[in-house]
Design a protein around this ligand. Sequence first.
Ligand code: SF4
Length: 215
Amino acid sequence: MITPQRFFEIVPQNLNMDIRSELYYTNEFNFAVAVILSAQATDKKVNEVTPALFRIAPTPQKMLELGLDGVKEHIRVISFFNNKAKNIIALSEKLSKYENSEKWAFPTKYHSRAELIKLPGIGQKTANVITNVLWNAPNIGVDTHVYRLSHRYGWVDDSANTPDKVESELLKKIPKKYHDIVNHVMVLFGRYTCTALRPKCNTCPLFKYCNFKHD
Ligand code: SF4
């Protein structure tokens, strides 16, 4: 059986990659923008457009100067780009009163999920990822990989049928010392090894403990 303890003891050292977000970003503002863009889009796709966008518009002020049409032009290949562009402009309007530097950072009042979700375009999942990646907050962003693996390994039962319910179960079951890496490790493991279809069981470090494995 794959227990949370066993998973987090074994998987991080076997990932062979940095345990961090794969999204490209250069400061805290554009990390938030990248997370907004990544909803229902792959990190890879987002990373195709963000280097050019962030070169021109690294701060809320510069994003406003680029304008709605300019943002749309840069992110046109990303799903739901119209709505996402509107959200990015609304977020920029809200944050434009703060510093205007390439090292843009959120004022500390936004270092909490409760404050972040008051900002345009930032829902619970986005806020979880932002607080977790930028400030190591023990929130667990439950995306498709975290959701699937939690069910696959039996860490949550069928009644955990929303990301919020899965997150609250995981916070109880996964030892606290791992909370700040849960999202990264599960996303990377779910993306490259324990994939939805044809998981790579023959090279999996959890093979001998797994009840779900395929040949
Ligand atoms: S053995 Fe296969 S199903 Fe089990 S954890 Fe590894 S990759 Fe996933």
